[in-house]
Design a protein around this ligand. Structure first.
Ligand code: HEM
Ligand code: NFK
Length: 282
């Protein structure tokens, strides 16, 4: 099992008698007492419950996305592409789920939100560490986001590890090299703490794959799985930006950014640039 300090031990690890497990209820298994007592409103505004639940649901889905992404990175690294495809397809399905959360949140009007916005202080989705870990796993390694967690050394260490690790695109590029497609050494030995930047040898390798799909079927399928994930992530970013514009207009964000202007700018970033660029050349 993965060593994750945020996860509880299994009853077996804790040495709990198996009789307990056989009598265990639904609520005990799912720890519903903890889960369902974690929606604590700071205001007495009716709609704050919606706000909390949407965020908590999104964080839970992000947890599963990360679980799948990390395993798929390991699988691709080991050359087990078909196992990775199953996980990457699941990631895309989850992404389609979280995009629909914006429809629910859009029922919150500006006048309703403004009534409890001040209670949120400086808290912001900007501080979502799972969101940053997803970005890291996809090769977007912004350094300044680590700053946010400097007061929490345990979390900072965990984030640093993800920041230094090869991402989904790095192991995919290595998979291109493993079948003999020429990839520049500078890319193969790149510094993983930096955000990935487009490279001609990678573009040529993907072009070769997409022009000879029968020969490189697995890699072609991998390319399409990656495009799916980036496409959905961009749609999530776009729906976030539009929902924010609808609810707070062009007010500054509680996290200190310009708000909608900042969220629009982030949309410019591409995770797997060559996979988009080759479409024009095919
Ligand atoms: C009324 C609803 C929401 C508003 C008004 C809002 C507003 C904002 C704003 C203005 C920012 C920019 C940072 C800042 O200065 O605060 C931001 C960032 C962010 N928000 Fe939201 N948000 C909302 C809902 C959500 C939800 C439901 C999620 C889901 C987890 C979320 C996740 C994020 C993330 C991950 C960022 C960082 C984006 C990045 O840096 O690329 N937000 N939000
Ligand atoms: N940045 C938002 C506040 C906000 O949305 C937020 C506040 C606390 C916890 C999560 C949040 N969601 C996403 O940014 C704002 O400027 O209104």
């Amino acid at each position: 099992m993965e060593n994750n300090s945020y996860e509880r031990k299994t009853p077996k690890e804790e040495g709990v008698h198996t009789d307990f497990i056989s009598r265990m209820t639904y609520g005990e298994y799912l720890q519903l007492d903890d889960l369902l007592s974690s929606q604590k409103r700071l205001s007495d505004h009716h709609d704050e419950m919606l706000f909390i639940v949407i965020h908590q649901v999104s964080e839970l889905w992000m947890k599963l996305i990360l679980h799948e992404l990390k395993s798929s990175i390991d699988c691709i690294d080991k050359g087990d592409l078909s196992q990775a495809f199953k996980m990457l397809s699941r990631v895309s399905k989850i992404q389609t789920q979280i995009i629909h959360a914006w429809d629910v949140l859009s029922t919150l009007t500006p006048s309703e939100y403004i009534e409890f916005r001040d209670d949120l202080g400086q808290a912001s989705g900007f501080q979502s560490y799972q969101y940053r870990m997803i970005e890291f796993a996809l090769g977007y390694k912004t350094k300044h986001v680590l700053e946010i967690y400097k007061k929490d050394p345990i979390l900072l260490e965990k984030l640093k590890r993800e920041h230094e690790a090869p991402g989904l695109y790095d192991v995919s590029i290595h998979a291109l090299a493993k079948v003999g497609l020429p990839i520049d050494e500078t890319v193969l030995n790149r510094d993983y703490t930096e955000t990935y930047v487009a490279n001609d040898s990678v573009e040529n390798a993907w072009l070769e794959v997409y022009r000879n799909v029968d020969r490189y079927w697995d890699l072609y399928e991998l390319g399409e799985k990656l495009i799916d994930i980036e496409d959905w992530l961009q749609q999530w970013r776009f729906r976030h930006m539009k929902t924010v514009e609808r609810i707070i207009g062009h007010k500054m964000g509680t996290g200190g950014s310009s708000g909608v202007g900042y969220l629009k700018k982030v949309l410019d970033h591409r995770f797997f640039p060559e996979l988009w660029d080759i479409r024009t050349k095919l």
